[in-house]
Design a protein around this ligand. Structure first.
Ligand code: S3P
Length: 179
């Protein structure tokens, strides 16, 4: 798979609350890339919120929308793609992204994730009697997928601006300027 990579985009993967959207917007500015967020695009296209899609059609319908979108992303260039936290758990999605994007995973500890998401109510998977245990459980399941990223960036001790700087740097480093 390494040989058929033509890296012209940057994809951010990682768990909910690792800052993919905030970091992505900032890093896109630095790289002069277009910014695209898979969750936002799905909501725009369907005219529905993610909690609504989960509640009415179920998680599998949401995953099908994600997969369809990932296929379309292969046609893009100079785009920073922030992905939903569960998107790379489908190996086809990860393989597809890797063909055209440098894949950077934003990592955070379970405690930090909880600190960031506990005041937000828009994550259907965390509608659980014990959301902190759910975060740990999902992190353990998803760890092998997140670890397939080209680069892993720890966000626990850095501001979003610092993380964005790191991410943009990683892209420039992976794609040396010709000449
Ligand atoms: C999900 C993460 C969410 C969103 C949906 C499912 C997940 O995106 O795609 O609620 O499975 O982890 P964020 O990671 O942007 O919160």
């Amino acid at each position: 798979m390494q040989n058929d990579r033509h890296i012209v985009n940057l994809a951010l993967i990682g768990f909910m609350g690792t800052g993919k959207t905030s970091v992505g917007r900032l890093a896109a500015e630095q790289l002069n890339f277009e910014f695209l967020d898979t969750d936002e695009l799905i909501q725009e296209r369907t005219g529905r919120t993610i909690p609504d899609i989960f509640a009415n059609e179920g998680e599998s319908a949401f995953r099908a929308l994600e997969q369809q979108l990932v296929r379309e992303l292969a046609a893009r260039t100079n785009t920073l793609i922030a992905t939903g936290g569960g998107l790379p758990t489908n190996p086809d999605n990860l393989a597809s992204l890797k063909r055209h994007a440098l894949v950077v995973c934003l990592w955070a500890s379970a405690d930090k994730i909880w600190e960031r998401v506990s005041h937000q109510g828009n994550r259907p998977l965390l509608n659980d009697p014990d959301p902190q245990a759910k975060i740990k459980e999902l992190l353990a399941i998803r760890d092998p997928f997140y670890k397939q990223a080209d680069v892993l960036v720890n966000t626990d001790l850095r501001t979003m601006r610092e993380v964005a700087h790191q991410v943009a740097h990683q892209y420039r480093y992976a794609r040396p300027v010709p000449g």
